[in-house]
Design a protein around this ligand. Structure first.
Ligand SMILES: [Zn+2]
Length: 144
């Protein structure tokens, strides 16, 4: 626990926070919005969601995987519901709308989840967040 009383979350809790759109450092809710694509910072702990240039390749990749899985599921369901005489333009239109909706909804969450995964792999550097939330450096070793 840091001097401010903040206790850094464990790796699993950090992933849950990322999956639910929370800040991976302090857990603040509604960290990102679809219109905040380029490098927002957490209002509470000043954590930059995009830690380094190119950071969001992983988030884009995760969003692409989810979107393709949703696209496959949507095609299977719509063709299955429509039966053998389905209308290709209607199935295409419905699936296009669904895929765009899924992608737009999942992208902010993929950003916060990717930040949590990245933070689990690469610890915070000193000065990266507000010192009150810098509990990730707390160790018993006074040299760190
Ligand atoms: Zn935060």
């Amino acid at each position: 626990m840091s001097a401010s009383g903040f206790q850094a979350p464990g790796k699993f809790k950090r992933l849950v926070w990322g999956f639910t759109g929370r800040c991976a450092v302090c857990g603040k809710f509604r960290l990102t919005a679809p219109w905040k694509i380029d490098g927002p910072r957490c209002d509470r702990c000043d954590f930059a969601i995009e830690r380094k240039e190119g950071h969001f390749i992983g988030a884009v990749g995760m969003n692409t995987i989810v979107t393709f899985a949703a696209a496959l599921a949507a095609v299977v369901v719509t063709v299955g519901v429509a039966g053998p005489n389905f209308s290709v333009p209607k199935v295409f239109a419905i699936n296009t709308f669904f895929i765009l909706l899924v992608s737009a909804i999942c992208f902010p969450l993929s950003k916060t989840l990717w930040s949590a995964i990245d933070l689990n792999m690469i610890a915070l550097e000193p000065g990266e967040v507000d010192p009150r939330y810098d509990g990730l450096h707390d160790t018993d070793d006074p040299t760190q």
